[in-house]
Design a protein around this ligand. Structure first.
Ligand SMILES: [Zn+2]
Length: 189
């Protein structure tokens, strides 16, 4: 059964994507760099390599547990354990790194509390799975792409995401339908 988001969540997700673009002085439909976004949100981003000096315990853990499966994780460090740090696997393809980062940033934007490493809370996980891609391809971007009838690989490339992610966003934002309906209407006229 499909997960049911709390009321208004999807709208909230879209407005986060646009609000953050505004703060970064980017147009609504613009691609976004997750590394720049992390910087803007003041969340340090580490790779498995660089986490070694900062959080040696985390490094030992993350590099041990099947590190090719490891995508990204949010660690809570600092003296009060409330400073977010993202650690991601730099050996994955760039598109996957961007999606992983966006996912972890989504947790931060939604102020999700920490969960134990590799443990997951269904609701916060589903929310981050939705907001991550929405940050990378917000609805105005999806609509622009659908109206331009850009080839999926070109569009994916422009936004630095996988074709799967791009296709998903074109569907769930309704962009494909909106563009199709508008084309059908203009033929009728
Ligand atoms: Zn997550």
């Amino acid at each position: 059964m499909a997960f049911r988001f709390r009321r208004g969540f999807k709208t909230e997700a879209e407005s986060h994507a646009l609000e953050l673009r505004k703060e970064l002085k980017l147009p609504d439909h613009s691609p976004i760099c997750p590394w720049k976004l992390a910087e803007h949100l003041e969340i340090p981003v580490h790779t498995l390599r660089s986490i070694r000096d900062v959080e040696p315990m985390a490094y030992t853990y993350l590099s041990g547990v099947g590190h090719e499966y490891f995508s990204a994780v949010t660690l809570f460090g600092g003296t009060h354990g409330c400073t977010r740090i993202i650690c991601h696997n730099q050996s994955h393809a760039k598109t996957r790194q961007r999606a992983n980062l966006a996912h972890e940033l989504a947790h931060a934007i939604l102020l999700h509390p920490p969960t134990a490493i590799f443990e997951c809370d269904l609701e916060t996980e589903e929310e981050a799975k939705w907001l991550g891609p929405a940050l990378l391809v917000p609805q105005p971007a999806a609509i622009k792409i659908a109206f331009a009838s850009d080839a999926i690989d070109v569009a994916a490339d422009n936004y630095g995401v996988s074709e799967v992610l791009m296709r998903m966003r074109l569907n769930v934002t309704g962009a494909n339908n909106i563009a199709r309906r508008s084309r059908a209407n203009s033929k009728l006229r």
